[in-house]
Design a protein around this ligand. Structure first.
Ligand code: NA7
Length: 545
């Protein structure tokens, strides 16, 4: 397996080295934590490998990149930002999402505490002084009381190690490390490897300029129509006036959206009514198809099948070539068994003469040749290869750093069989380390998770200061309890049935299968976190100063 990372840094030899907090990353999580630390009156620095803020939205500049969350919920409830920032579309493009984070960084004056072009390489906890030492590839050694990795769930791209790539005579690119100067597809033959959320965004866009687009699909996805639209001034004003209610609902909703549970299961309605409701969901678009139609899709296989059949029928009705349509239909796993991508005329793209689908489910890609991609004995000649092959999700962002807790224990060793955390925030043996939406935190609209976790960390630190506590770390039994809970929840849903799922780490060869997310919903997670805090953090061991 190849895991990709850029290496370069500015270096900052004369900069301060002692902080209350060192934060890893300046994406949504890092920026929100920097803001939180300022509010607490603590000194903080964020270390960011990119040349600017943005995280996911800095790296993923591929054509068609945009959020799958509706813009007005893909943001933080910071009043001055809500008041001044204007979204233009239902699903913001990558430049707009990046623009939002730039605006936030400027408006809150966060940049002065961020070191760009610098990568955290290692961090270790010192028992005697109860501090963390953090090392960077700029040669800095920083010390801090609180070590806050906010490296994001999808920060380490995964590219399969196909033989022959070194001799490929064309260009190749990885979607999650897209060149800033862009890629010229005009009159080029392009291979897209992968059909996850990323490829689903890329394919219809590049099909307009490329001569040929050949898509290599291992597992078809249930792609939901996004139904994007531009926002009018009136809609923007309505959203602005409604932010308090929107956020209240996001904090309660299972996946952190301002969406209303349907209040019914598929068994409550006739088969005919079910089809009408699903039709409404399909036309309304996005995740509303899942979350506002029936409440049992994730847990009842019978209901799930009705919805999956509906989606398959839609694919067959859109894609004109019956053979291609059948290949695009997921057959052997439930809808939401893998994270469903949102499409912007994805299936329609396969009706174009210049878009071709190659099934690599039974005969895999055998090698990259000097002039193309080989599947068995068949070679597909191309000028450009795009690897949209996913990420070493959730744990990769942490195990790639050399993080050592008490007694020099490495986090990657501790997690050799899968992540072990309490609330997706703390790890036993790693005092005063707070992960922002780490493994075993919920899978949901991420800014909502981050905002709640940042509040919780702020509350924990205030509590520590009030009580004269020097260090906090989860009790081992709380970590084991959380692991069992997180696994039991996944087992009770259809989520464990999707092949090669990054929810479970099974998309990465050799990675242990484990539930990487808490799937009881954002509301339940907030309750769990608040209960711990209300009980004076009793599932954590607290050491006095
Ligand atoms: P995903 O969803 O993990 O998709 C990666 C795709 O790459 C997927 O279709 C994989 O097929 C495919 N893949 C991976 N390895 C291979 C090999 N060896 N051969 C052929 N195809 C391969 O990543 P994305 O970047 O699209 O999306 C990640 C998240 O970003 C998404 O869920 C959103 O939350 C945003 P597979 O399905 O494993 O058979």
């Amino acid at each position: 397996m190849t895991v990709l990372n850029e290496k370069s840094h500015d270096g900052a030899p004369d900069s301060p080295t002692e902080f209350d907090t060192v934060i890893v990353g300046a994406g949504f999580g890092g920026l929100r934590m920097l803001h939180e630390m300022r509010e607490l009156g603590l000194s903080a620095v964020a270390i960011e490998s990119g040349s600017d803020v943005g995280g996911t939205w800095y790296w993923n500049r591929y054509p068609g990149a945009r959020t799958d969350s509706e813009s007005w919920m893909y943001a933080f409830p910071i009043p001055e930002i809500q008041e001044e920032w204007n979204w233009t579309e239902r699903y913001p493009t990558q430049p707009e999402a990046l623009g939002y984070l730039n605006f936030l960084a400027d408006r809150l004056d966060l940049r002065r505490d961020i070191r760009f072009h610098t990568r955290v390489t290692a961090a270790e906890f010192h028992e005697e002084k109860q501090i963390w030492t953090v090392h960077t590839d700029a040669g800095d050694t920083l010390t801090c009381t609180y070590f806050v990795p906010a490296a994001g769930p999808l920060n380490v791209p995964y590219k399969p190690d196909f033989d022959g790539l070194a001799d490929f005579q064309g260009e190749w690119h990885v979607s999650g490390r897209w060149p800033h100067e862009g890629v010229d597809f005009k009159d080029k033959k392009v291979a897209v490897i992968g059909t996850g959320a990323t490829a689903v965004q890329i394919i219809p866009v590049i099909a307009h300029t490329a001569a040929e687009v050949t898509v290599f699909q291992r597992t078809p996805n249930y792609v939901l129509p996004a139904r994007n639209y531009t926002l009018s001034d009136e809609q923007r004003q309505g959203i602005r006036a409604d932010y308090d209610r929107i956020w209240e609902q996001c904090r309660k909703h299972f996946f952190g959206f301002d969406m209303q549970p349907a209040g019914r299961t598929i068994h409550d309605v006739t088969a005919e009514e079910a089809q009408k409701i699903l039709e409404w969901g399909w036309e309304t678009g996005g995740f509303r198809f899942i979350f506002e139609t029936f409440d049992d899709i994730l847990v009842d296989p019978k209901s799930n099948k009705v919805v999956a059949d509906f989606a398959r029928d839609k694919i067959r009705s859109i894609v004109k070539d019956p053979e291609t349509a059948e290949l695009l239909c997921p057959k052997d796993y439930p809808i939401v068994g893998k994270r469903p991508p949102l499409g912007h005329f994805y299936y329609e793209a396969f009706n174009r003469d210049n878009v071709h689908l190659v099934d690599v489910s039974t005969t895999p890609i055998s090698r990259i040749t000097p002039t193309g991609v080989a599947v068995g004995d068949q070679e597909y000649e191309v000028d450009i290869i795009i690897f949209a092959t996913g990420f070493d999700g959730q744990t990769g962002s942490y195990t790639g750093l050399d993080i050592r807790g008490r007694d020099g224990v490495k986090l990657s060793d501790k997690w050799a069989d899968g992540p072990r955390t309490h609330l997706g925030i703390g790890v036993d043996g790693f005092p005063n380390m707070f992960m922002v939406g780490g493994p075993q935190a919920p899978f949901a609209n991420f800014p909502v998770i981050i905002d709640g976790v940042a509040d919780w960390i702020g509350r924990a630190i205030r509590f520590m200061n009030d009580r004269g506590i020097k260090s906090i770390e989860p009790r081992p039994e709380a970590v084991e309890g959380w692991r069992q809970k997180v696994n039991a929840i996944v087992d009770a849903t259809v989520l464990s049935e999707g092949p090669h799922s990054w929810f479970l780490g099974t998309n990465i060869p050799g990675k242990p299968k484990a539930a990487l997310f808490y799937f009881a919903g954002v509301g339940a997670y907030r309750d769990d976190c608040n209960e711990v805090a209300d009980r004076d953090f009793d599932s954590f061991a607290l050491s006095p100063a």
